[in-house]
Design a protein around this ligand. Sequence first.
Ligand code: SF4
Length: 496
Amino acid sequence: MTHETLKKPGSNDSLNLLLTNAIKYGPKISHNRPLVKMSVALAEKWFVDHGEYRLKTENKPAGVIKDQTAFCLAMLNSANRAILECKLSEATYREASRILMRDALIEQSPRKAVTDKFREKYGYNSPTFLVISPSRACNLHCTGCYADSDEQVQSLEWDVVDRIVSEAHDLWGAQFIVISGGEPLAYRSQGKSILDLAEKHPDSYFMMYTNSTLITNEVAERMAKCGNIIPAISLEGWRERTDARRGAGVFDRVMEAMDRLYEAGVIYGVSLTATRENVDEILSEEFIDFLFTQKHVLFGWLFQYMPIGRSYTLDLMPTPQQRAWMWEQGWRLIREKKVFLADFWNHGTVVDGCLSGGGHGVGGGYLYIEWNGNVTPCVFVPYSPVNIKDIYAGGGTLNDAFAAPFFAGIRQWQAGLKSGRLLNPCLIRDHNPVLRQLVSTHGAHPIDANAQAALQDQQYGGGLDVYGQSYAQITDKIWQESYLNKSQVTPLPEKG
Ligand code: SF4
């Protein structure tokens, strides 16, 4: 069959039907299992057909299209599990279907006018989302974490956080806000909390990274009522490893928090940080099965330890060989078990590379704003050209942060990266000399003493250079063998 005779799959009506019904009927839709199963099967077929059509018509490496298709199928499976296995609250159903799936991912209609205007002005897509750490305060004292409660608490005022979220929505069309920390649930300013923020912005969808120990029954109930805020709960692995880093009893408290969220009807996921010591454990089939099957986890974010912050060390980073294993194992889990598991460093093929600096990726990128107001390219790059409080004091907006030359320089570098670098796209970890050059050219300042020390530490910079080169050699081979060579690319999953 030639390109000319290939039929482009129509619009994904089955998925839209599922979402429309999920919004209309809420939790009651789960009583109509045949309707759900039929809609999911049709949506799955659409994704597979669409992937095959793209393979034959798009000038993109075959492996990239197959990764993207496999990821969409994993997300669909999570939606299916959410409807059929979880006892989600009315508001959770409504807001997840309305904001997260339909508005932000599928139709994108509410943001279209805003993003068109932004593109006209800046020549770039607006950032798709924003990450804010409103406070450094935390109720735990995990080994090696940058956040703690010993020092004077550093926090952004509620007014500033509130304004940032409003501007992200109104100026960028960004409806997805990630809250990091410190511990988001420990944040208090002007009598307000993170839950107040979610309630005040019903057209935005919030995900917070949390240790979960402050999720009481009341908090879970409030989240269920709100519907637009979901937690990604941190774990280091099984009980022994989690408690060793986070404190005695924390693993059990996390399990209890998950049970509370499940009973209240809230969607929740996990946030797993891979180090040289726990890679095998957190990506083992047993651990993933336990979380996704027994504990009803619907999504997982996989971080690889980044040598930034207090007591930074290169010795905890997964080695290049371990990272390559993570790439292989992660995709195996996604393809075979259809778990929605995203690895921030290894899944550049899904999002078109590095998302820092507010731009570039297929869905646009993001910026990060920390507790002192410093705006940085991403959570893991602690160098900042501007402070949002200064921008506001000078009469500016979030758009002035986006336009900073440091961020523009990053976006320019991203746009010039070869597609083979989708496997090692990270500005700070894989291309550290580029980052140092951009920091120096644009005078971005370190946001704290650790970031300053790292910049001057030749062993640190040299170590990351060696890491980047060594991982590039591995990924060059993977790219040739698994992404460009069509015959050896993992086949698409069976049609559902
Ligand atoms: S710089 Fe690295 S950590 Fe930050 S968005 Fe890019 S790939 Fe991710």
